[in-house]
Write a protein that binds this ligand. Sequence first.
Ligand code: G1P
Length: 302
Amino acid sequence: MLEVHKAVFPVAGIDTRFLPATKASPKEMLPVIDKPLIQYAVEEAIAAGITELIFVTGRGKRVIEDHFDESYEVEHVLKARGKQCLVDLVHSITPPEVKCIYVRQAEPLGLGHAVLCAEKLIGDEPFAVLLADDLLDGQPPVLAQMVHLFSHYDSSVLAVEEFESYDASSHGVVGGQHWDERVISVSSIVEKPSPEAALSSFGAAGRYVLMPSIFEHLHSLKPAANEEIQLTLAIHSMLKDEQVLAYEFVGKRYDCGTKLGYLQATVDFALRHAEVHDAFGTWLRERVRGMQPDPGVQPQAH
Ligand code: G1P
């Protein structure tokens, strides 16, 4: 049975949707309450049994390395102030058995190219890819659900979610046969089609468990018109030789690459955050009540 020990986090991309917040700091470090997006993705990977985290970084992304590194200064100050639980909190960000490796993507040539940058570090093993701006909330964590399916079928697995028809152009869209309620045997995948050209209403949701054969397909691709190498095209090319599964995961996806998704994640996570859920819930209910007409009051005729 094949096991998955390595995960790739493509974090080199420049974000324009959150400017000016992301002018000098990486979008992956935007916090949802008190944790950066990249940490949610890392925790999901660790919960799926991943022990080697490979970050494909670029210019201006050094702070991600600092985040997953020891911080002697912060720990020293916290210890001196007697805040042991905060020392433990910052210390536990990366458990000792987990290794972080950083590799640079010198030019922004697409998701497929980012994955290729990790090729030497992956070698001949299956691996996961996690896009941190998709915050996936599931129990068990979504990547763990996928690794489970992967080890059952020894086939690459893509997380998918059903989307609204107008949303096709922001997803890699999958076509294929449903094997059961949640598993689709993929026959085609197209990157961001027009709504009319979409093969189905199932879109890739930023989590992949891939066989190492993906690298051959990435190498054989011609770059797209914008010079990018698309992961979706390499997956499509893989279908000639092997089975690929799409998995409709149990959980919720927040598209934190958009302001709306980011706000939805913030509200939902705040409503169950140990420190603020009570006060925030009360405030939010009052706020919403203030926005709606009171059902007990009849509108006055003028
Ligand atoms: C990427 C992938 C796309 C996938 C999406 C999920 O696009 O290329 O296939 O559906 O992530 O978030 P991006 O959002 O980076 O443009």
